[in-house]
Design a protein around this ligand. Structure first.
Ligand code: NAD
Ligand code: UDP
Length: 331
């Protein structure tokens, strides 16, 4: 029998009617809220603004289908009425953020995930966990397919994030097998784009900020470590395609376009027209040396592949950070 709190399941795949987005005031969450509102859904965003900003949602506040609730998802969660999708995106994501917030990161990955899964169970909703390529750690298999178990140091500094996400994945599977919750896990690879905090410490916003300020770009190690960076519009389209499918995952969502960090820095200097030099700084402990998703699964099952080129994506990201700096009074 359908629960009083849930929509009939056959309506679900056409369009979601009411989505709850935890971490919706963050970088990815705000784009997800925007897409869902654009698709005609009602959206409830739950966020405590630990690393996100209400300003990221300012353009949605006038919609009567959008609700922003300030709350910590590690506390008890209550959302009134039917819900047919829960996107669990709350968690610090930048290494600088989770290294300064280690306990909050572990709590939101564990207790927060428990509560978000409980909400989905109660409402009979589809649940999508924002997991990460960090579950692969410093990988010994390259590129990384979903059936690779990873190479993570649980007691290293990055363990607080990596292990919280690995726990969250295991809990998600347990709710699926034990309680029959309709769950999915997306393993998101490095994503960049407008609404990243310019000071969040991740490589791309940091380099852009430094290039615009005429400061040296701080490249870690010799810059030969790689990342495969995906523009936010593509990541969001991939996440929502998984949400609308029957896939349980894990499903990699990311660009197979692999670049060294030094090349990313050099390109940002070139595109901004900056005179900044490169300054090599110490490589952080356990920094993964390579990272690239095997995207066979999502391409085969959902026909998804990134559409936005690096050239276009980086120009749009630089333009957004120029705007942020102008608003903050930096020319
Ligand atoms: P972000 O820091 O911009 O957003 C995270 C949001 O979660 C913030 O708005 C923050 O305030 C909120 N939050 C944190 N703890 C909370 C709590 N206890 N209760 C309520 N809200 C809380 O990060 P992001 O880059 O948008 O990442 C979003 C999600 O996607 C994270 O789960 C992250 O692990 C995952 N992810 C992101 C990337 C990426 O490249 N951006 C890659 C892999 C995975
Ligand atoms: N990095 C860097 N300079 C910076 C910030 C990051 O060289 O100012 C490097 C970092 O050591 C890593 C890569 O860039 O090798 C990507 O870091 P980011 O924080 O963006 O994401 P990660 O993939 O490590 O989570």
């Amino acid at each position: 029998m359908a629960q009083a709190n849930s929509f009939p399941s056959q309506a679900r795949r056409k369009a979601f009617r009411h989505a709850v987005v935890t971490g919706g005031a963050g970088f990815l969450g705000s784009h997800l809220c925007q897409e869902l509102i654009g698709s005609g859904a009602e959206v409830t965003c739950l966020d405590n603004f630990l690393t996100g900003l209400p300003d990221n949602l300012a353009h949605l506040r006038s919609s009567d289908r959008f609700r922003l609730i300030k709350c910590d998802v590690t506390d008890y969660l209550h959302v009134p009425g039917p819900v047919d999708l829960v996107l669990h995106f709350a968690s610090p994501a930048s290494p600088a953020d989770y290294l300064r917030l280690p306990i909050e990161t572990m709590k939101v990955g564990s207790v927060g995930t428990l509560h978000a899964l409980g909400l989905a169970k109660d409402k009979g909703a589809r649940f999508v966990l924002a997991s990460t390529s960090e579950t692969y750690g410093d990988p010994q298999v390259h590129p990384q397919p979903e059936d690779y178990w990873g190479h993570v140091n649980p007691v290293g500094p990055r363990g607080v994030y990596d292990e919280a996400k690995r726990f969250a994945e295991a809990l998600t599977v347990a709710y699926r097998t034990t309680h029959g919750v309709d769950t999915a896990i997306v393993r998101i690879f490095n994503t960049y784009g407008p609404r990243m905090r310019a000071d969040d410490g991740r490589a791309i916003p940091t380099f852009i900020q430094q290039a615009l300020a005429g400061q040296p770009l701080t490249v870690a190690g010799d810059g030969s470590q790689t990342r495969s960076v995906c523009f936010v519009d593509d990541t969001v389209r991939g996440v929502l395609a998984v949400a609308a499918s029957d896939l349980a995952g894990p499903v990699n969502v990311g660009s197979p376009d692999e670049m060294t960090i030094l090349r990313i820095a050099e390109q940002i200097v070139a595109v901004t027209g900056s005179a900044s030099a490169i300054r090599f700084v110490e490589l952080p402990v356990d920094d993964p040396l390579v990272r690239r998703p095997d995207t066979t699964l999502i391409e085969r099952e959902l026909g998804w592949r990134p559409r936005v080129s690096w050239d276009e994506g980086i120009r749009r990201t630089i333009a957004a950070i120029v705007d942020q700096r102008r608003t903050a009074g930096f020319g």
